[in-house]
Write a protein that binds this ligand. Structure first.
Ligand code: C2E
Ligand code: MG
Ligand code: MG
Ligand code: MG
Length: 279
């Protein structure tokens, strides 16, 4: 009898697994189709100087314009794209689109207004990113100082000597390197000293509990202090309230991103926003 119920459990498990696998396969097929049809777009969220409110940059955030379900967040499809390797092609598309936007945004500017683009670990391990990046920028006539690559903390923590060499080459070209979601991984402060980075982004989870947590304030303070010594810019993510803004400024964090300053918007809307500011 127990043998029989075990057998049933196994069958149920298998049928559930089949459903999950079918959904994943479907999503993968749809993503491949989206690549062919170029059903992706980038939205841009302002990064601001919190002392003045001036826009100091833009982060490119991927969106999938699904033919039935509309605009989809990367949280839904980036993980699967990473598992299946599709992120290589999607990421290459996103990088080129962001580079082209950086060119457009900076065409008539004296001081560069950099565009940040998120890059997955696989894109670094699978090919020579410094070669890819320099070829794209050369072909598009885009100034490397107008681009920043955002890496996750785990990529930085796992990185080999080879990726360290690639990071260095990118920095020598003039590309900015940023550690995203800082504080959520297992890397810690010493990575700021080891890696050739230009920026660190304090994760939203630190900004959220700021007023209730002395520990979070102390962590932000020490990141800010060390970063200043190393000439690394500090950006706080996910700022939604005036209180968070003023607390961060008190802690010495000058740059920020979040719904308080602006949500991600289309390329055209962003261009309009910046044009308004420069008059
Ligand atoms: P991220 O790079 O940490 O981007 C910040 C996310 O927080 C974005 O979500 C943004 O819309 C959201 N956000 C900004 N301000 C606020 C705020 O004040 N409150 C809250 N609650 N959220 C805020 P999004 O656009 O859904 O992107 C999610 C993640 O997907 C990104 O996190 C990034 O890791 C990844 N991603 C986005 N674009 C790309 C891409 O082109 N390539 C790769 N590999 N990953 C990407
Ligand atoms: Mg990011
Ligand atoms: Mg982030
Ligand atoms: Mg984050």
């Amino acid at each position: 009898e127990s043998k029989r119920s075990r057998l049933r459990e196994v069958r149920e498990f298998n049928s559930k697994l089949a459903v999950v696998l079918r959904q994943r396969m479907q999503l993968t097929t749809e993503l491949q189709q989206a690549l062919r049809h170029e059903d992706f777009t980038l939205h841009y969220q302002p990064k601001v100087d919190m002392t003045t409110g001036a826009v100091t940059g833009a982060e490119a955030l991927l969106r999938w314009c699904h033919p039935v379900f509309g605009l989809q967040s990367p949280a839904l499809f980036v993980p699967i794209a990473e598992e299946t390797g599709l992120i290589l092609d999607i990421g290459a598309w996103a990088f080129k689109a962001a580079a082209s936007f950086a060119g457009q945004l900076n065409r008539e500017r004296r001081e560069p207004l950099p565009v940040s683009v998120n890059v997955s670990q696989l894109q670094f391990t699978h090919r020579d990113m410094s070669k890819f990046v320099s070829e794209v920028l050369l072909e598009m006539h885009v100034d490397p100082r107008t681009l920043v690559i955002e890496l996750t903390e785990s990529l930085v923590a796992d990185s080999s000597d080879e990726s360290l060499t690639v990071f260095r080459r990118l920095r020598e070209m003039g590309i900015g390197l940023s550690i995203d979601d800082f504080g959520t991984g297992y890397s810690g402060l010493r990575y700021l000293e080891i890696f050739p980075i230009s920026e660190v982004k304090i994760d939203r989870s630190f900004v959220q509990g700021l007023d209730r947590s002395r520990a979070k304030r102390l962590i932000i303070e020490s990141v800010v202090r060390l970063a200043a010594e190393l000439d690394i810019a500090v950006v706080a993510e996910g700022i939604e309230t005036e209180m968070q803004r003023s607390s961060l400024l008190e802690l010495g964090c000058r740059y920020g991103q979040g719904y308080l300053f602006g949500r991600p918007v289309s390329a055209d809307t962003f261009l309009g926003l910046v044009k308004q500011q420069s008059v």
